[in-house]
Design a protein around this ligand. Structure first.
Ligand code: ADP
Length: 164
């Protein structure tokens, strides 16, 4: 059984992430999409909210399971018996960091390999932080994220505005 992990912040999940999830789910028997609980970043959505959005937008893909983890990715991979890490590559700017991370992970655990999927062209520009910026400035994000996530972003932005 081939088990893969697609880790990330997913703050929030975009159509670019979803494209990588759909494509990589076809390459493995089971895919864990794992939200990294990273204290260093100050996210817009909590880990639970990000997990909930991912569950909703992937509910029709049977071999995908949504999860959260903290600590080392290779340790999480071991706990899940996963041997494949999936990452998406958008542009050369992603490459250097991703190369370094995948080599570090491989040195820490030689049983885990990273596979890179190049982004579909229509999502090459897309990243969560831009989506957040647009939304916080009152822009439409329906072209960037699934409909369910559009609604969650609207709720979050109006909560933030009410607190101002
Ligand atoms: P972001 O950079 O959008 O904050 P994450 O940290 O959640 O994204 O990224 C998780 C993984 O998804 C990374 O491998 C990242 O390169 C990839 N990814 C993010 N956006 C896209 C996209 N539009 N197309 C392909 N891969 C993507």
């Amino acid at each position: 059984m081939k088990i893969g992990i697609y880790p990330g912040s997913f703050d929030p999940v975009t159509k670019g992430h979803l494209d990588i999830i759909e494509r990589s789910a076809k390459m493995v028997d089971k895919l864990f999409v794992a939200v990294l609980n990273n204290n260093a970043k100050s996210p817009l959505f909590s880990v639970d909210e990000r997990v909930n959005m991912l569950c909703e937008v992937t509910k029709d893909i049977p071999n995908v399971q949504i999860d959260a983890f903290s600590g080392l990715l290779v340790d999480y991979a071991k706990r899940r018996n996963a041997t494949i890490i999936i990452r998406g590559l958008r542009a050369v700017t992603d490459f250097e960091y991703e190369l370094q991370m995948s080599q570090t992970n491989r040195i820490m655990d030689e049983n885990v390999d990273t596979i890179f999927l190049t982004t579909s062209l229509q999502y090459a520009y897309l990243c969560s932080s831009t989506v957040k910026e647009v939304a916080l400035c009152g822009g439409e994000v329906g072209k960037f994220v699934p409909e369910y996530v559009v609604e969650k972003i609207k709720e979050k932005v109006s909560l933030l505005n009410a607190g101002e």
